[in-house]
Design a binder for this molecule. Structure first.
Ligand code: IPD
Ligand code: CA
Ligand code: CA
Length: 254
C-alpha cells in the first residue's frame, strides 16, 4: 500500500471511532491551552498511529495529543486525530480527521475525513485533489460572491476580531467554522473562496494546504509572499481570484 492508501485507511478507522461517540454526551477534559480533548481524540489517534506503524514502522510521527516520535527518516506523518473537538462535543457536525505525510519537510500526501456525511478529501503532490474520488478544483468565484472563513489559534483572537469586523465590503460573507481542516478542504473543493490561518499548529493545516495547492489554489503569507510549509503559522489560502482582496483586508486590519 502506498502513503495515501495507508493515510486514507487510517483516517476512516479514526472517523468510525469518532462517529461512534458523536452526540453521546462524551466527557471532555480541558487541556493546559484551554482546548478540549476527549476519549474520541485519544482513541482515534491511537488507531491512526498503530495503522501507520504497521505499514511504515521507520517513519517519524507528529501527532497533536501524543507529540513527536522522531526517527531517522525522510518521511514524517502529521496528525490531528480530531480537528474541531469543540464542535464535536457540542453536537455540531463540523469536525474531521486530518493526516498528512511530509517528505523532506514538504507535504506529499494528505487526507481530511469528515465522518458526518462520509466526506473524504485526498491529495498527492502533483496528482490533484479528490473529494469522494472526484477530481476537484478551487472555485472561480470573485469577491462579490466570495465566502471566506477564519481559522484562529488561541494567540490570535484579537487579529480574528479585527479581520472579522473589517471584512465587510471585501467579500460577500464570512464565517468562523471552528474546524481548521475543513476550512482548507472547503477552499480546495470550491465551496468557499478563501481562509485566513492565524497562528495554528502544523497538524491543523498540513493535509489541508496540500489539498488547496493541488486544487489550483494560492497560499501566501499575510504580506503576499509565497508561503512554504513550516515558514509561518500565519497565511492566507484562497482560490487565487480573491487573493489580492484578502491581502488588502490583511493590510487594513494590521
Ligand atoms: C481547533 C480547530 C479550530 C481552531 C482552534 C484549533 P482542535 O483544533 O481547528 O478551528 O480555531 O484554534 O485548536 O483543538 O479542535 O483540534
Ligand atoms: Ca486542530
Ligand atoms: Ca485536535
Amino acid at each position: 500500500m502506498n502513503l495515501l492508501e495507508v493515510a486514507t485507511e487510517a483516517a476512516k478507522k479514526a472517523g468510525a471511532i469518532i462517529d461512534g461517540y458523536f452526540e453521546t454526551g462524551i466527557a471532555r477534559e480541558v487541556k493546559d491551552d484551554k482546548s478540549f480533548v476527549t476519549a474520541a481524540d485519544k482513541e482515534a489517534e491511537a488507531a491512526i498511529i498503530s495503522h501507520i506503524k504497521k505499514h511504515f514502522p521507520d517513519h517519524s510521527i507528529l501527532s497533536e495529543e501524543s507529540g513527536a516520535e522522531t526517527q531517522n527518516s525522510a518521511y514524517q506523518w502529521i496528525i490531528d486525530p480530531l480537528d474541531g473537538t469543540a464542535n464535536f462535543v457540542n453536537g455540531i457536525p463540523l469536525f474531521a480527521v486530518s493526516i498528512a505525510v511530509l517528505k523532506d519537510g514538504v507535504p506529499v500526501a494528505g487526507v481530511i475525513y469528515q465522518p458526518v456525511g462520509d466526506s473524504l478529501y485526498t491529495a498527492e503532490k502533483g496528482k490533484g485533489t479528490f473529494w469522494n474520488g472526484k477530481n476537484v478544483r478551487v472555485s472561480d468565484g470573485d469577491t462579490e460572491h466570495a465566502v471566506i472563513t477564519f481559522s484562529p489559534g488561541k494567540k490570535a483572537k484579537n487579529q480574528l476580531n479585527t479581520l472579522f469586523s473589517k471584512a465587510e465590503g471585501f467579500v460577500k460573507s464570512k464565517r468562523y467554522l471552528g474546524c481548521a481542516a475543513l476550512d482548507l478542504a472547503y477552499v480546495a473543493r470550491g465551496g468557499t473562496e478563501g481562509v485566513f490561518f492565524l497562528g495554528l499548529n502544523k497538524w491543523d493545516y498540513a493535509a489541508g494546504v496540500l489539498l488547496v495547492t493541488e486544487a489550483g489554489g494560492m497560499i501566501t503569507d499575510c504580506f503576499g509572499k509565497p508561503w512554504v510549509f513550516g515558514a509561518s503559522d500565519y497565511f492566507i489560502a484562497s482560490n487565487g481570484n480573491i487573493h489580492d482582496a484578502l491581502l488588502k483586508l490583511a493590510t487594513v486590519a494590521r
